[in-house]
Write a protein that binds this ligand. Structure first.
Ligand SMILES: NC(=O)c1ccc[n+]([C@@H]2O[C@H](COP(=O)([O-])OP(=O)(O)OC[C@H]3O[C@@H](n4cnc5c(N)ncnc54)[C@H](OP(=O)(O)O)[C@@H]3O)[C@@H](O)[C@H]2O)c1
Length: 300
C-alpha cells in the first residue's frame, strides 16, 4: 500500500515506520519541513497550507501529529495542544475530501482523555465524554475528521491509552525516580491507568489498515488496566527497586498543575471493546511481561 504518515518523528511514528516498511508498504511523510525530491510532503497546519496534489492516489493516511502534551499547561501551551490537533486534522481531512483519488482509510490518533476522570466505571467506545480540557480537545479533534467521513473515507480514531515505550513518553519520564528508589504512587493510587505497549500500538495501526470492521472510535488500550498503585508496584518489582515514596495529590497539582489533575490523577478504566470484537490479538496484554520486555536490556 501507499501510506502517508503525519507525526512520523514522534514516539508512535518512529516505531510505526520501520514496521510498515518491513511489511512492504511505501511510506510517505507529511512534514512541516520537507526535502524536495524525496517521499516527504510539505504542510504547514498553522498557516493552513498543504501540498494537496501530492496526496492524490494514497491508499491510507495515518495521522499522528499534534503538540506533545507533556509540560506545564500554560494558556499558550493549551492553545497549541488544541489547535495542532483540531486545525491540523480539519486541514488534512478537508484536503482529502476534495481529492480526485482519495485514500480508502484514514487512521487518526485520538486519546482516552476523551473519558475524563471516571472512578471505577468501565469505559467502552459507547461511553459518554467526560468533562475537562482533554475531553473537549478530543471531542473537537475527532469531529474535525468529519469531512473525510462524509466523503466516504473509512475513519478509524484510535483512542490511545498511556503508551509504554523504552524510547519516550510516560514510562521514560517515570524511570529516573524509580531507578533511584524514589518512585511511588501518585495521590491515593486508586485511579485506573489504561496502558498499552508500543508494540501493540503499532500492531493496532497495522491491523486497522485493511480491517474494514474498524470504523469510528477504537479504544487502543491493553485488556488489563491497572490502578496507579498496582502500576507502581509492578514497575518497582521489574526494576528491583522499593516503591515507598508516594507523591501526594497536592504536590502533583502544585508541581504539574492541570496536567497532573487530568493525566496522573484522573481515573479511566478503559476496555478495548472494538478491538476485541474485531479479533485483534494483543502481544503484550500483561503489564509485568510488557514492562520486562521493554526494560530487559537495562534491568539488573
Ligand atoms: N504517547 C502517548 O502515551 C499517547 C497517549 C494518548 C494519545 N496520544 C496521541 O497519539 C499521537 C502520537 O503520539 P506520540 O506519542 O507519537 O506523539 P509525539 O511523540 O509527541 O509526536 C507527535 C508528532 O507530532 C508532530 N508535531 C508536534 N508538535 C506539532 C505541532 N505544534 N503542530 C503539528 N505537528 C506537531 C511532530 O511530528 P513531525 O516532527 O514528524 O512532523 C511530532 O513528532 C499524538 O497525537 C498524541 O496526542 C499519545
Amino acid at each position: 500500500m501507499k501510506i502517508l504518515v503525519t507525526g512520523s518523528h514522534g514516539l508512535v511514528g518512529s516505531a510505526l515506520l520501520p514496521a510498515l516498511m518491513a511489511d512492504g508498504h511505501r511510506v510517505l511523510r507529511l512534514l512541516r519541513s520537507a526535502t524536495p525530491g524525496t517521499d516527504e510532503i510539505l504542510w504547514n497546519p498553522d498557516a493552513n497550507q498543504i501540498d494537496a496534489a501530492a496526496l492524490e492516489g494514497l491508499d491510507v493516511v495515518v495521522h499522528l501529529a499534534g503538540e506533545n502534551i507533556a509540560g506545564q499547561w500554560t494558556v499558550a501551551k493549551k492553545a497549541r495542544i488544541r489547535e495542532s490537533r483540531v486545525a491540523g486534522t480539519r486541514l488534512l481531512c478537508e484536503t482529502l475530501s476534495k481529492l480526485d483519488r482519495p485514500p480508502h482509510a484514514l487512521i487518526v490518533a485520538s486519546a482516552i482523555g476523551f473519558y475524563g476522570n471516571r472512578g471505577d466505571e468501565k469505559l467502552t467506545e459507547e461511553s459518554a465524554m467526560g468533562s475537562g480540557f482533554l475531553p473537549e480537545v478530543v471531542r473537537d479533534w475527532e469531529a474535525a475528521a468529519q469531512p473525510a467521513r462524509e466523503h466516504g473515507i473509512r475513519v478509524v480514531q484510535l483512542r490511545f491509552g498511556i503508551i509504554l515505550s523504552a524510547h519516550g513518553g510516560a514510562l521514560t519520564k517515570m524511570l529516573p525516580p524509580f531507578r533511584f528508589g524514589l518512585g511511588g504512587r501518585v495521590g491515593n493510587g486508586q485511579q485506573w491507568w489504561s496502558w498499552i505497549s508500543i508494540e501493540d500500538v503499532v500492531g493496532t495501526i497495522c491491523f486497522s489498515l485493511s480491517n474494514e470492521t474498524l470504523d469510528g472510535p477504537v479504544n487502543t488500550v491493553s485488556p488489563n488496566p491497572v490502578t496507579n498503585a498496582e502500576f507502581t508496584r509492578i514497575l518497582g518489582g521489574v526494576l528491583c527497586r522499593p516503591v515507598i515514596f508516594p507523591m501526594p495529590a497536592v504536590v502533583a497539582r502544585l508541581v504539574l498543575g492541570q496536567m497532573a489533575e487530568e493525566l496522573l490523577l484522573a481515573s479511566a478504566c478503559v476496555e478495548p471493546a472494538q478491538l476485541r470484537r474485531a479479533g485483534f490479538q494483543f502481544k503484550k496484554p500483561n503489564l509485568e511481561v510488557g514492562l520486562r520486555s521493554l526494560l530487559a536490556p537495562s534491568v539488573p
